[in-house]
Design a protein around this ligand. Structure first.
Ligand code: PLP
Length: 405
């Protein structure tokens, strides 16, 4: 059965929220949603065929990030992968009556941030590292916050709202050396986790280069299906299983495997190599530069929240003074353009993005923030179209604002 994807409808500039599945990924998945329906835990042909598909997908991921097969675990997405690491390491220590302290950045995705806040109520000690005005953590601050009870550092590779790239290679190298001293002093190793959801496909992710113990991946951010992700987990990591039940995923993540999506994830990840990443970065940088220059030229009082020198090239976060971001999102939507805003209206008040807040962006500008995020299907014409329809929208919203003169 062949299903063709319609590439026409609108100007989609919200690729950090999710991406359109690629035709190649969909085609690879289809047999496992139809004829090849076996349960991978069964012994007959249909089951073994599904099992082989899972292992072949695992191999594709291994080839891309440079780990071993036993170090990739399929999950329902990056939220689960992040939860597994935080809860799994915390619970491992709790069950041994050991105190745990975890260090994260204050701009982590809610999958990390809110999980830590919940675990705090259960007895976990958490340090939320502050960031500079670009959203970057400081290794010096990290060093200062380490305690004897520290069991994990979790810092995202790139932020979903602004695109800032965190110094994960430096953190990984530092922790690698630091752990040697801890070991000599009889202290437990500090594991290093990174949520690389937004970095994968934009920068090369190599487990060995980064000295990383675990990483979270998500399928739907990289032209794969939703509801599938992976956790890279270095062998020997002392962690409690996330799901208990059957023996799937090396007895660490029970539940009948989502075979079609697993196949889709492997195919989606295998698209990215040095060449494809470099080609995409060239394209994204061009479009981002053009969009930013056009916005500055055509609209007054527009501010940049993305550090161009140190961010993934597909993300542009800007603030329009005295305009509500949600208003822009809704009016752009009417013109067929999809983008996200950094603020959300909940029960009549505006919730400001925790990321922009941590960067010290003032609340007026944070309320007027918009994130444009490019993907591989965007074209230069998309930028031209936004530059045509957005200025009158901002103008209109400002004309209604009592604050704007
Ligand atoms: N981490 C980051 C940085 C993200 O951007 C997202 C998605 O928004 C997630 C985690 C959650 O991923 P998933 O939707 O696969 O649970």
């Amino acid at each position: 059965m062949e299903i063709k994807i319609n590439m026409e409808p609108n100007v989609y500039l919200d690729n950090n929220a999710t991406t359109r599945i690629s035709q190649r990924v969909l085609d690879t998945m289809m047999p496992y949603l139809t004829d090849k329906f076996g349960n991978p835990s069964t012994l007959y042909y249909l089951g073994q065929e599904a099992k082989e598909a899972i292992e072949s997908s695992r191999q594709k991921i291994v080839d891309v990030i440079g780990c071993s097969n036993k170090e990739i675990f399929f999950t329902s997405g990056a939220t689960e992968s992040d939860n597994w690491i935080l809860r799994g390491i915390y619970n491992y220590n709790r069950l041994r009556n050991k105190k745990s302290h975890i260090i994260i950045s204050s701009i982590e995705h809610h999958a990390v941030l809110n999980t830590c806040k919940v675990l705090e109520k259960e007895g976990l000690e958490v340090t939320f590292l502050s960031v500079d005005k670009f959203g970057k953590v400081s290794i010096e601050d990290l060093k200062k916050s380490i305690k004897n009870e520290t069991v994990l550092v979790s810092i995202m590779a790139s932020n979903n709202e602004t695109g800032i790239i965190e110094p994960i290679e430096d953190i990984g190298n530092f922790l690698c050396d630091y752990n040697k001293t801890r070991e000599k002093n009889g202290l437990d190793k500090i594991y290093f986790h990174s949520d690389v959801v937004q970095a994968f496909g934009k920068i090369l992710i190599d487990v060995n280069k980064f000295n990383i113990d675990s990483m979270s991946f998500s399928g739907h951010k990289i032209y794969g299906p939703k509801g599938i992700g992976a956790l890279y987990l270095k062998q020997g990591t002392r962690i409690y299983p996330f799901m208990t039940g059957g023996g799937q995923e090396f007895f660490k993540r029970a539940g009948t495997e989502n075979v079609a999506s697993i196949v889709g994830l492997g195919e989606a990840m295998s698209f990215f190599n040095k060449k494809t990443i470099s080609d995409l970065n060239n394209k994204y940088s061009f479009m981002r530069e053009k969009l930013w220059n056009g916005l500055k030229e055509k609209i007054r009082d527009v501010y940049l929240n993305t550090d161009f020198q140190n961010s993934v090239s597909n993300t542009l976060n800007v603030s329009f003074k005295n305009v509500e971001g949600e208003g822009i999102v809704l009016l752009l939507n009417k013109k067929g353009v999809s983008v996200s805003s950094g603020s959300a209206c909940t029960s009549g008040s505006l919730d400001i993005s925790h990321v922009l807040k941590a960067m010290g962006v003032n609340s007026v500008l944070a309320q007027g923030s918009i994130r444009f995020s490019f993907g591989k299907y965007n074209k230069e014409e998309d930028v031209d179209y936004v530059l045509e329809v957005l200025p009158p929208i901002v103008e209109k919203l400002r004309s209604m604002s009592p604050l704007y003169k």
